[in-house]
Design a protein around this ligand. Structure first.
Ligand SMILES: [Zn+2]
Length: 317
């Protein structure tokens, strides 16, 4: 698909967004319809019969069968948040519709909240994107490569094995003609063991994979996929090979987007989440109009993570 189909498609414009989600009542109605499309279902027992009451300005439902009480936001990423839903929705709109990434600092300004709140909102949304993408499997023609995030400003030497860089593996499923379809980005070391885990989780047995000659990619064989290793001399020549056009374009864009937006984030600690955000957005880039509704769905399915969990360093795998 030509790039202009992505760049010129109509998204969800700000006037449209404010028509739909300007008030707390509108956001609540939208969240309720997303969470319980067929009417209330008790999160504990699935029962439909319930009574409802208001406590502290928040509506609660009490299941008639098991007595479980829940609010609209309990059990979602909005749980325990004092931020109005209108701000959460605006954050989701900004994070999905802007061409470039939106940093926590920019979110702070756009939402009119403190940095700590903006940071948490962004990371909770990114975490629900990560959960939504963690079982992504690539099939058909797949280009795979080893890459790094960060390090450019901290004196690390260029290329493999340098310090201050977070290694990750990037793979792109393409059409037979080489046009990118889906991507999978995972923070991990470039070892045979970790590539084997990546392949087992994200590469279908029927895929046909092409990589450079890096030794660890031999481990792709574990899933039984077809694998072509293109051994090159490295340098500029190998970045221009047509076999790697999709992956090189994606990595170039990723580097620009992440480098241009996040100058100082803690790469080592949160890179897995920034990669997941990039993956989520890339894999939904053909339908910008529906991405907010889909993200809301993901937000309802995600387990609520308190701030202390969000701040814990973890590698998504
Ligand atoms: Zn119940």
């Amino acid at each position: 698909m030509p790039m202009n189909r992505v760049q010129f498609q109509p998204g969800l414009s700000m006037p449209e967004f404010f028509n739909r989600y300007a008030t707390e009542a509108q956001c609540e109605a939208s969240l309720q319809a997303t969470r319980w499309p067929h009417g209330f279902a008790c999160p504990r027992c699935g029962g439909a019969a319930r009574t409802s009451f208001v406590r502290g300005g928040l509506r609660y439902w009490e299941c008639a069968a098991c007595g479980h009480q829940c609010s609209l936001i309990s059990g979602t990423i909005f749980e325990a948040s004092k931020l109005p839903l209108t701000r959460w929705f605006l954050a989701m709109q900004l994070l999905t519709q802007s061409k470039n990434n939106v940093s926590a600092l920019e979110l702070m300004r756009q939402l009119g909240v403190c940095y700590r709140t903006a940071w948490l909102v962004k990371h909770k949304i990114m975490e629900s994107m990560r959960v939504r993408e963690e079982h992504r499997e690539l099939d058909g023609r797949v280009e795979i490569d080893d890459a790094y995030l960060g390090g450019e400003l901290s004196g690390g030497t260029a290329g493999r094995g340098s310090e201050n860089k977070v290694p990750f593996v990037a793979a792109v499923q393409t059409t037979a003609a080489g046009h990118p379809v889906f991507t999978c980005l995972r923070q991990q070391r470039h070892t045979s063991e970790e590539v084997a885990v990546f392949a087992a989780q994200h590469i279908a047995a029927s895929a046909s994979v092409v990589s450079d000659g890096l030794w660890c990619f031999r481990a792709i064989a574990i899933v039984g996929a077809e694998h072509e290793r293109v051994v090159t001399g490295g340098g500029k020549a190998c970045t221009e090979l047509p076999q790697f056009k999709a992956i090189n374009t994606l990595l170039g864009n990723l580097k620009t987007a992440i480098g241009g937006t996040y100058h100082a984030f803690n790469f080592a600690k949160y890179a897995h989440r920034y990669l997941a955000e990039a993956q989520y957005r890339f894999n939904r880039r053909f339908n910008l109009r529906s991405i907010l509704a889909r993200l809301l769905h993901a937000a309802c399915l995600s387990t609520p993570n308190p701030a202390r969990v969000i701040r814990v360093a973890e590698v998504g795998r």
